[in-house]
Structures are given as structure tokens and as C-alpha cells.
Design a binder for this molecule. Structure first.
Ligand code: PHE
Length: 341
């Protein structure tokens, strides 16, 4: 019977076509060709009129079987193809986790800032508070109130950047002493880090802009021993327990007596080397007992109160701590330098 034979042919043809279908689109096309409303199986069913009524159910059954069978084949092939597509996508979208990543470079504190913070922490631990003052100062706060009279050599135009008769760029952090005493009654215990300016020629150890930290302590019965103990403790905290200090008599208009403080050389530990010019010592700060005139000008009675003050170069301390041999490195922001910290 031709219709049965037709169905048989359709089956063979469909099997072959489905096995060869290599995409989901192609598969859909084949579904329409064989199983669609105008497809090949429907064609066969349309010819039912031409055959005898007895034969019709047989053909109908066979056609339905074939439909079922093709649907199953189609479904299976669809699965297979979907699997291939999925595998292909996984392959394409695979991430090679062995490749080096993009480096995210985090910012970090500048060595000067780090040392400043460290020093602040040490003094906070001793009960000091942090103070600040403006970089543009009055002549009065920077000099006059610190017992530096007019025509004193320290105010020489060579050293000071004057803005006008009245204002200048502060040459040290000592005016913060003046500002603090004007605002606050004793007891006073402050540390004041900040930028200062002097019209120096630039070289490996001089910069017209640099950093200092000022210390000021005022209370009843403050003596030189308090100054020595405080400085000794500070030096050991920054440079290590075995660092020694030496107080050398010196002169500052705003302290009396005055002393410069040396520490045992951080490189040779006192033996003598190039860094310390074979003396075994390195100068790190100026200090002294606050001059009675300075207290008086601030309205503090020198009969009742006494105090000490000190001023240190933060650049120098940073350089000694990290073995930096040129101050300019601290201001040029060369990434190759900064990345080492
Ligand atoms: N201001 C002084 C300087 O810049 C340092 C100093 C501060 C000295 C406080 C004594 C007391 O050199």
C-alpha cells in the first residue's frame, strides 16, 4: 500500500535529516517540513480519502506513531544540539584565572606624613594635644613675641619670606607657642607639626619648604629635667631603646637656657661614620626653658609658671629614620621613590 510506504519513506528521510541537522534553527525548519500543518505527514493524512475505509485506521495509527517518534527524535536532537551550544559557550567565555590580574595600586602615606603621625602618637601618649597654626604669620607671632627684636640677625631678609611689613611665611613652628599661650591658660602640653619656610638655596639638605614639629609644656614646677626626660623618651620611641641623647648648650632668643639635642648616630651607633662626620652624633632638635620674657608677653606669670619648648626638623628625622640622603626626594613626588614606603 503506497500510503504506508510513503510514511516509511518519510520516516527514513526524517531520520537522516535530523541526524544531519547541526543547529537549532535547522531543527525547527525540519519540524515544520515533517510535522507542520502543511508538512509531509499531514500530506499523507490528506490522501486518506483515496483509500478504503478499512485501511484508514491503520494509516491513521501509523501516522500518529510516526509523529510521536519524530517528536521524540526531534526532542533528543534538540537536547544534543543545546548541549553542544552550551559547551561551546562555556569554552568561549572561559576565564583564564592563571593570567596575572590588573594591578590596583592603593595610595599610601608619604614618608613625612608617616613620621609626623608616629611622633604625634608618641606625644599623645604623654598627654599632649595636637595644635596647628597658619603658614602665613604675623611678624609679631613669628618673631616679636618670641623675643626676637627688630634688627635681630635671625630676621634677616635672606632667611625670611616677607609678604609685607606685617605678614610673612612662618620660618618655624614656634609662633604656634605664642598662639596657644594667647588662647589657653596653663597647664599647656602641645605638639604642633607643620610646614615652614626659609629662603635657603636648595641642595641635598636644604629646601625652602620643610617641616617642623614644635613642642610646648607649661605648668608649675617644670624644670630642665622634665625637658630632658621627655626628649629622651621621645628619641627612644622613634629611633630605638639603645639610642642615646646629648644636650649641648646653645642659644635661641625665646629659651633660656637653650640646648641643642644630638642623638647617637643611627648608622654607626656612635662609632663614627660619614653620616655623622665621624663624631658619632647627629643633631635633631633645638630646645630650652621658655624665656621669662616670652611668658610675660603671653600674659603668663613667670614667677608662678615655667615651661620648656622644643622644635624638631621632621624632614631630617624622616631622612635619618629611612636612610634618605637627599631632602629633595621628599618633595619631588617621584613614584619610584614613594612606592618604597
Ligand atoms: N624654632 C627653633 C628653630 O626653628 C627651634 C626651637 C623651638 C628651639 C623651640 C627652642 C625651642 O630652629
Amino acid at each position: 500500500m503506497d500510503l504506508l510506504e510513503n510514511l516509511k519513506k518519510i520516516e527514513e528521510e526524517a531520520e537522516l535529516a535530523l541526524a544531519g541537522a547541526d543547529s537549532l534553527e535547522k531543527l525547527e525548519e525540519l519540524r515544520i517540513v515533517f510535522l507542520g500543518k502543511k508538512g509531509k505527514i499531514t500530506d499523507v493524512l490528506k490522501q486518506m480519502g483515496k483509500i478504503s475505509p478499512e485501511e484508514r485506521p491503520v494509516i491513521g495509527q501509523e501516522a500518529n506513531k510516526l509523529k510521536d517518534r519524530l517528536n521524540k527524535l526531534l526532542g533528543a536532537r534538540k537536547e544534543e544540539l543545546a548541549d553542544v551550544v552550551r559547551k561551546q559557550r562555556l569554552e568561549e567565555e572561559r576565564i583564564d584565572i592563571t593570567l596575572p590580574g590588573t594591578e590596583v595600586s592603593a595610595g599610601r602615606a608619604h614618608p613625612l606624613r608617616r613620621v609626623t603621625r608616629e611622633i604625634e602618637e608618641i606625644f599623645i601618649g604623654l598627654g599632649f594635644t595636637i595644635e596647628e597654626g597658619p603658614e602665613i604669620e604675623t611678624d609679631y607671632n613669628n618673631f616679636e613675641a618670641l623675643n626676637v627684636p627688630k634688627y635681630h640677625p635671625a630676621r634677616d631678609l635672606q632667611d625670611t619670606f616677607y609678604i609685607d611689613d606685617h605678614y610673612l611665611l612662618r620660618t618655624h613652628t614656634s609662633p604656634v607657642q605664642v598662639r596657644t599661650m594667647a588662647r589657653q591658660k596653663p597647664p599647656i602640653r602641645i605638639i604642633a607639626p607643620g610646614r615652614v619656610y626659609r629662603s635657603d638655596e636648595i641642595d641635598a639638605s636644604h629646601s625652602p619648604v620643610f617641616y617642623q614639629a614644635e613642642g610646648l609644656v607649661i605648668d608649675k614646677n617644670i624644670s630642665f629635667a622634665d625637658l630632658k626626660g621627655t626628649i629622651q623618651l621621645f628619641v627612644q620611641a622613634v629611633f630605638g631603646e639603645d639610642t642615646r641623647t646629648r644636650f649641648r648648650p646653645s642659644y635661641f632668643p625665646f629659651t633660656e637656657p637653650s640646648a641643642e639635642v644630638d642623638i647617637s648616630c643611627v648608622i654607626c651607633r656612635g662609632e663614627g661614620c660619614r653620616l655623622c662626620s665621624h663624631t658619632g652624633w647627629l643633631e635633631i632638635l633645638g630646645s630650652g626653658m621658655v624665656h621669662p620674657r616670652v611668658l610675660e608677653m603671653a600674659g603668663i606669670d613667670p614667677e608662678e609658671y615655667s615651661g620648656f619648648a622644643f622644635g624638631m626638623g621632621l624632614d631630617r628625622i624622616t631622612m635619618l629614620k629611612y636612610g634618605i640622603n637627599d631632602i629633595r626626594l621628599l618633595y619631588e613626588n617621584d613614584q619610584r621613590f614613594l612606592h618604597q614606603f
